[in-house]
Design a protein around this ligand. Structure first.
Ligand code: COA
Length: 266
């Protein structure tokens, strides 16, 4: 599937189950306007439809990336910000849809990753960056804050000292610093980014998808609840996986040396 929405390209490879949502406003450094928020929702809904139509699981992994060589995204589109009413600043629920999307999500980051663009990346399960990418929350200079949970998410990944430093100074930090602080999973030399993301995506796409999706949920539960509730969630989520064909397939592959498992999300 290849769909060209106004501001987002949606690609889905039926064979591998790998989807890519490409932010496509390169002239504005992929700044996020209302249309882009809507197009991301539409793209994910199209992928949801593929899942609904499939016998098992269709969508194994979703990659978010940006077109052009300068940015993943320079954040919310600030054109005309001065004329807007406070209600227009409300963080769009699109990032909730990303967080709740059943398949794992990866932000493949190059260039600027700022403000709402960084919050989109933080809504993904993984962030893989090129060494020349730059991260920041510039909102403070507009007299506002990252409104889609940016400080909260960076606080959980790196700690509140780094989160508030980013948001209060508005300064850009290097991928190396972002990696040291733990807000990206990996920072690779620019020329290696494509290959490294591809192999990471393939690794996850080949795993049993129902287990992968349950692990994603468990990660979300871990940041949203306490340890006691989290352990209860894991115990409840574990038992149904024992009944899946994929569990049987994995157990068979473990027992038989030459057997290549094929996981179907059933
Ligand atoms: N919203 C709308 N347009 C944006 C944008 C944004 N957030 N960020 C960049 N652009 C546009 C610029 O207006 C410019 O358009 P033009 O070529 O039509 O003039 C184009 O993208 C290139 O940006 P430019 O500022 O010329 O590039 P630069 O290399 O000098 O600076 C940045 C790059 C990212 C440092 C700078 O664009 C910037 O600070 N952007 C705003 C970031 C921001 O505040 N985001 C959060 C908003 S809450």
């Amino acid at each position: 599937m290849h769909e060209e929405l106004d501001t987002v390209l949606v690609d889905f490879d039926e064979g591998t189950g790998i989807a890519t949502l490409t932010l496509n406003r390169p002239d504005a450094l992929n700044a996020m306007n209302a249309q882009m928020n809507e197009d991301i929702e539409t793209g994910l809904a199209l992928l949801d439809e593929r899942d609904a139509e499939a016998e098992g699981v269709a969508v194994r992994v979703v990659v978010f990336e940006g077109t052009g060589d300068r940015a993943f995204s320079a954040g919310a589109d600030i054109t005309g910000f001065a004329d807007r009413s406070p209600a227009a600043f409300d963080a769009h629920p699109m990032r909730d849809t990303v967080i709740e999307f059943p398949a794992p999500t990866i932000a493949k980051i190059h260039g600027y990753c700022l403000g709402g663009g960084l919050e989109l990346a933080l809504a993904c399960d993984f962030r893989i960056a090129s060494e020349s990418s730059r991260f920041g929350f510039p909102e403070v200079d507009l007299g506002i804050i990252p409104g889609a949970g940016g400080v909260q998410y960076v606080s959980r990944l790196a700690g509140p000292a780094f989160a508030t430093e980013l948001a209060m100074t508005g300064e850009h930090v290097t991928a190396e610093r972002a990696d040291e602080e733990g807000i990206v999973n990996y920072a690779y030399p620019d020329d290696d980014l494509d290959g490294e993301v591809e192999s990471f995506v393939e690794t996850i796409a080949e795993k049993p998808p129902l287990a992968v999706r349950t692990i994603k949920d468990s990660g979300n539960v871990a940041v949203e609840t306490d340890l006691h509730e989290g352990r209860k969630y894991d115990r409840r989520a574990f038992a149904p996986l024992l009944e899946t064909e994929d569990h049987e397939e994995g157990a068979r592959a473990f027992a038989e040396d030459d057997y290549e498992p094929e996981f179907k999300g059933k």
